[in-house]
Design a protein around this ligand. Structure first.
Ligand SMILES: *Cc1c(COP(=O)(O)O)cnc(C)c1O
Length: 391
């Protein structure tokens, strides 16, 4: 019983004992195909041998020393991530929310240094940036914020995928210093902006001297078909945050920055006891090895396209299906009604899926799935949706 756990989650009545690749087994020995990856975390699947090996080796060598000392494996990971993302410097944290906290603090400090005493950060409706007070305040979901007022000030909100609204904000508010935005909204319902949206934001930021900060906590680490989603729009942000897939289940977050943004923090201006410890950094390095060695981002792009086409075909003309959308292995099927019950029905069928924004079925399978498993997810999910929507 969970009576001694704070009731922050309405949990499904199942517990898994072990996993391998895209499979999980519950305490009765029933297998489940994991099309959620622990919410975009286990991109390499469960119990990946290279991750396990790195974890065990590092655990037997050195877990933690604190950031009062040099941590070579952290320096190495920072260098590698920066090279891959076109960034200059990294700050390591333990979660997505913390990575975004770092970005928010960085934007504010950058502004204060330039004499802007009440800086504002532009954020989007429908966004999700985390559950800490500042990231919750940045999040565009009134329900998640309800009851936690007073929220942190200094955020201006506009609709997502609306360049004109950003222009209006730029014209009317003199204290904006940065935009914080997801390249694709995850929790918000797999919302993919127009092809030129991110580039338009880049142009506005350049003109206004704002920082462009991409929250790639969910879209990053190969999920959408490239290592980072912004690469598909050929847009380089000033700041990029990562977490979820970076540690394949070992908690780690990163705030990367380039140019002037990379030089903002100085000793004492930000920190973390655990952030970037040898264990987390060693594992993230192993995750990168596998992502690069097995070309998993590319693979995710190919399989994602296959699933998108499969779902569109299977659900074509089905009344109640509003849109099938996705980029790589980040897929959403938007229905015209709430569909949370699909999660339980899929569980019975031995498939793990998720529903977000109440009526969007969300699929985030591990990047290592093969064509056969991709097709089987498509079949099961489209059958479940047809059944739900059947008159
Ligand atoms: C999950 C998520 C976060 C929060 O990450 P945590 O590790 O839960 O703090 C932030 N931004 C986005 C886009 C996310 O999907």
């Amino acid at each position: 019983m969970a009576e001694h756990l704070m009731a922050t989650y309405g949990r499904l009545p199942v517990a898994f004992t072990h996993g391998e690749g895209p499979w999980l087994w519950d305490s009765n020995g029933k297998p489940y195909l994991d099309a959620l990856s622990g919410i975009a975390v286990c991109g390499l699947g469960h119990a990946h041998p290279k991750v396990t090996q790195a974890l065990c080796e590092q655990a037997g060598t050195l877990l933690h020393t604190s950031n009062l000392y040099r941590i070579p494996v952290q320096e190495e990971l920072g260098e590698r991530l920066c090279a891959l993302a076109g960034m200059d410097r990294a700050f390591f944290a333990n979660s997505g929310a913390e990575a975004n906290e770092a970005a928010i603090k960085l934007a504010r400090l950058h502004a204060h240094r330039r004499g802007i005493e009440r800086p504002e950060i532009l954020v989007m409706e429908g966004s999700f940036h985390g559950r800490t007070l500042a990231t919750l305040s940045a999040t565009g979901n009134r329900k998640a914020q309800a009851g936690f007022e007073p929220l942190v000030q200094g955020f201006v909100r506009v609709p997502y995928n609306d360049v004109a609204a950003v222009e209006t904000a730029a014209a009317n508010r003199g204290n904006i210093v940065a935009i914080l935005v997801e390249p694709i909204q995850g929790e918000g319902g797999i919302v993919i902006p127009d092809a030129d949206y991110l580039a338009a934001l880049r142009r506005i930021c350049d003109r206004q001297d704002w920082l462009l900060m991409f929250d790639e906590v969910q879209t990053g680490m190969g999920r959408t078909g490239t290592l980072f989603a912004c690469q598909q729009a050929s847009v380089l942000p000033d700041v990029m945050t990562l977490a979820k897939g970076l540690g394949n289940g070992v908690p780690i977050g990163a705030c990367l920055a380039q140019g002037a943004a990379a030089e903002v923090f100085a000793p004492g201006s930000h920190g973390s006891t655990f952030g970037g410890n040898p264990l987390a950094c060693r594992v993230a390095g192993a995750v990168l090895d596998v992502l690069e060695g097995d070309r998993l981002a590319e693979h995710a792009g190919v399989l994602g396209e296959r699933m998108l086409n499969g779902l569109r075909q299977a659900l074509d003309g089905v009344d109640g299906v509003e849109q099938v959308r996705g980029r790589g292995l980040m897929l959403g099927i938007a229905l015209d009604r709430p569909c949370g019950e699909l999660v339980g029905r899929a569980l019975t069928e031995g498939l793990l899926i998720n529903v977000t924004a109440e009526r969007v079925v969300r699929l985030l399978p591990p990047l290592i799935i093969d064509e056969q498993l991709a097709d089987s997810i498509v079949d099961t999910v489209s059958n479940l949706i047809r059944d739900l929507l059947a008159p």
